[in-house]
Design a protein around this ligand. Structure first.
Ligand code: AMP
Ligand code: MG
Length: 350
């Protein structure tokens, strides 16, 4: 299991997509003390802020849970469930209940999104070096061979939590693991009686309740082009998850930018006119938001709008490469552009 590295608030991730604009540091405002901790886990920076009595103990338990989940879902940690499944060479592997649930959900969402979300992309992601940091551009022949090993039909889960993967196939649940971790931590905190907390999981936000004074949290939406704060979403008790290829990328020897979200049809980084996709939903539905943010990014501006029209059980904000902002009706009144962005067009999706 990876060490639980505590960074003590001063450090913020350069790639954070959503910024906590609430008073995440310091003491409470009279309605409850704030307990806050920043740390690095699941390959990203996280900041948890919990208000009110019992917050300190709840914060410690939340940290332990993140370390435990990372120990289950890491692709590189040799003790993890995912590592065991990926190296099973076709044998069935017993996994933790939470891993089985996450994987079952990932397969369900792969089906729902027509394969835009593909939980078996690990061999392809590894070839691009996104999991090792040793980035390179694979050849078409290599991509073709690796894509032949992907597909949700190559994964089977039994009712009692055994996972069977065809030899050569490998999982990467990085597209929805952090959202799921947010849901599980939120569930733990609610059980502990926490009614006001903000979890910033590498820029993905899970809010519990409202701020201690009853007002909404202010969640900043990052400008995918400059890194500034493009706009603010007012939110209580919900999740906001953003995907974009600006979050993790490398510049190839050919001078082109290659991002970490791949189109499972081609095995190549998505390049479809979208700069970022944020998915917003009430309650603890971070797992859904996370799966969707990645899948809608793959689908592109038109595909994402079509998917939303068919489902409508979430809200989204699309930022296109041309700088247009498309928002769904449910979020339009709680979203406002920051100063300096006033001239940008915001279009409501119907
Ligand atoms: P997110 O930041 O939630 O959009 O997740 C992106 C991560 O999911 C990447 O860093 C990869 O590990 C993985 N990934 C990339 N493309 C896909 C895809 N099409 N389906 C599933 N996982 C993907
Ligand atoms: Mg995602």
């Amino acid at each position: 299991m990876k060490p639980w590295v505590k960074l003590r608030r001063a450090v913020m991730a350069p790639g954070i997509a959503l910024l906590c604009l609430a008073s995440c540091s310091g003491a409470g405002d009279g309605s409850g003390q704030a307990y806050s901790e920043s740390f690095f886990a699941m390959d990203t920076y996280m900041t948890f802020t919990i208000y009110g009595e019992g917050g300190e103990e709840a914060l410690a338990q939340a940290g332990d849970m993140i370390a435990e989940l990372e120990g289950l879902w890491s692709v590189t940690d040799e003790g993890s469930d995912i590592y065991a499944v990926n190296h099973s060479d076709g044998a069935a592997v017993a996994v933790d209940e939470r891993t089985a649930e996450l994987l079952a959900f990932a397969l369900h969402m792969a089906e729902e999104t027509g394969g835009a979300l593909e939980p078996t992309l690990y061999p392809v992601l590894r070839a691009w070096g996104f999991t090792t940091g040793e980035n390179r551009i694979p050849t078409e022949a290599e991509l073709g061979e690796l894509l032949g090993r992907t597909g949700r039909d190559k994964v089977h889960i039994s009712e009692d939590g055994w996972v069977f993967l065809e030899a050569g196939t490998m999982l990467d649940l990085g597209a929805l693991g952090k959202g799921c971790a947010g849901d599980l931590v939120a569930g733990l905190l609610r059980e502990q009686g926490v009614t006001s907390a903000l979890l910033d999981i590498g820029g993905n936000i899970q809010a519990i309740g409202a701020k201690p004074d009853g007002s909404s949290w202010r969640v900043g939406l990052k400008d995918p082009f400059s890194g500034g704060v493009l706009g603010v979403i007012l939110m209580t008790d919900g999740a906001v998850v953003t995907s974009g290829n600006y979050e993790r990328y490398f510049t190839g020897e050919d001078g082109k930018i290659y991002g970490h979200i791949l189109d499972p049809a081609t095995g190549r980084p998505v390049d479809n006119g979208l700069a970022s996709v944020s998915v917003i939903a009430a309650g603890s539905r971070g797992k859904l938001c996370d799966a969707l943010s990645t899948a809608l990014f793959v689908m592109g501006p038109e595909g994402a709008q079509d998917y939303w029209r068919e489902h409508q059980d979430f809200d989204m904000i699309l930022v296109t490469q041309e700088g247009e902002i498309l928002v769904t009706g449910g979020i339009k009144d709680s979203f406002s552009l920051q100063g300096g962005y006033g001239g940008m067009t915001v279009r409501v999706i119907n």
